[in-house]
Design a protein around this ligand. Structure first.
Ligand SMILES: *Cc1c(COP(=O)(O)O)cnc(C)c1O
Ligand SMILES: [Zn+2]
Length: 419
């Protein structure tokens, strides 16, 4: 694997984060792999019964397709051993017939960030880094804090004050990271972090190409679980757009290696108040940063760092970008809950987005669709509590049972409905 600029193609030195020629983001290029598709599929599969820590990870299991990192440097929490669930209520809600959830919220720190973080922190450790730093809306912070703790590294996170959920903050503190709350938003926090010296600290935001390498493995996990039969569509939420870039890259590489014979179309869903990518997809030109506003804090990003990469991936796949309102996200999140699955608000944008894309006919009723759930339901319990105390149609208010008769009448009414 070699590191090159994603924009001008110039070769880049390992350890740098941006192109020294044009300032563009770097990416790894997979030039050649020793094994053929058959042999790769077989070893990926065989590793699933192995007790090697790397083989139990849905990232390191695909190590032929990752930058080389010595076995003893790998910091793993068994990430990406995640389930795929058939969506029942969700399918009816979106008027789709072949729908499943790829639940990346079932990762060790409960978001997809772990898949990238295991690679970024392992690489940082192998180069002797002592301190890891990131800007975060919460999930990157929690993930980095956990992996840094495992690696024996210090962790410092910059978060927008008031812009991250209590649960994510508590989790990050538990893993021992130092948290610095800034007065600005996420975009400001990332700007500050991008200005730090990468020789002094390991910067592990998704501008770090090692993160993308780890995250692309979610595409392999999903494809492998379907015996390498790709779905028609992959629908996912987009914030900083690292994940959309990563899935696109994973699919392209799987195609190049003949692991699959076509790539799924990518549909990226943004919150209406944080949708600069939807605008640039529609209008072309350069992305115009904006002041982002949405209750889905994981996507409250107005200047997405990976927009160029993500745009190229969406276009190459023949995919699309759409937006959904905060109310649509709230309702879709409740529906994912009714499937017995649950997710955090930002994740539910994928179901809300699918519903829109079904309404406008871009996705057909019988298309085979994989929805990415990016974070766990407990990541934002305050949001869920507020929703159920609201007047929303799907709000599930707490009943007050003063005495046994009240409870009995609830049971009678409920059994009458569920015949
Ligand atoms: C980080 C995150 C996103 C956004 O992903 P990007 O790669 O920044 O586009 C969406 N949902 C959740 C739960 C996240 O943690
Ligand atoms: Zn360049």
């Amino acid at each position: 694997m070699r590191l090159a600029c994603s924009e001008c193609g110039a070769e880049a030195a390992s350890g740098s984060l941006f192109c020294s020629a044009c300032g563009g983001l770097l990416e790894f290029r997979l030039d050649s792999v020793a094994s053929d598709a058959r042999a790769l599929r077989l070893s990926f599969k065989e590793r699933r019964t192995s007790n090697d820590v790397r083989d139990q990870s849905g990232v390191w299991r695909f190590r032929e397709l990752l930058p080389a990192i010595a076995r003893e440097q790998v910091v793993s929490l068994r990430e990406n051993a995640v389930p795929i669930y058939r969506a029942q209520t969700g399918a009816a809600y979106a008027d789709a017939t072949r729908l499943a959830y790829l639940h990346l919220g079932m990762n060790p720190t409960a978001s997809f960030k772990d898949a990238g973080m295991t690679v970024a922190i392992s690489h940082a450790r192998s180069f002797g880094a002592r301190v890891a730093v990131c800007a975060s809306t919460g999930n990157t912070a929690a993930s980095m804090a956990a992996y840094a703790a495992r690696a024996g590294m210090a962790a410092i996170v910059l978060v927008p004050a008031g812009g991250i959920s209590e649960a994510k903050m508590a989790q990050t503190l538990d893993y021992g990271a130092s948290v610095v709350a800034i007065d600005g938003d996420f975009d400001r926090a990332l700007e500050i972090v991008r200005g730090l010296d990468p020789k002094q600290v390991a910067i592990v935001n998704s501008v770090n190409p090692y993160r993308i390498e780890g995250q692309k493995c979610a595409a392999f996990v999903m494809l492998e679980s379907r015996d390498w039969n790709p779905p028609d569509w992959l629908v996912l939420p987009g914030g900083n757009l690292g994940n959309a870039s990563a899935f696109g890259k994973g699919f392209r590489e799987a195609l190049d290696l003949a692991l699959i014979d076509r790539i799924p179309k990518l549909a990226v869903v943004q919150a209406a108040g944080a949708a600069p990518f939807a605008t640039v997809f529609r209008d072309g030109g350069d992305l115009v940063p904006l002041k982002a506003q949405t209750a889905a804090t994981a996507k409250r990003i107005g200047a997405p760092a990976s927009w160029r990469k993500a745009l190229a991936e969406v276009r190459a796949s023949g995919g699309t970008v759409t937006t959904v309102t905060d109310d649509e996200i709230a309702e879709a999140r409740a529906i994912v809950g009714r499937d017995g699955v649950g997710c955090e608000p930002a994740s539910a944008a994928s179901l809300a987005g699918l519903r829109r894309l079904r309404e406008n006919g871009i996705i057909s009723r019988h298309d085979d669709v994989m929805l990415v759930l990016t974070g766990h339901v407990l990541k934002d319990s305050a949001y869920a509590a507020d929703f159920h105390a609201s007047t929303a149609p799907l709000a599930n208010a707490i009943a007050r049972a003063g005495d046994v008769q009240t409870l009995q009448s609830l049971i009678d009414r409920t059994t009458a409905v569920h015949v």
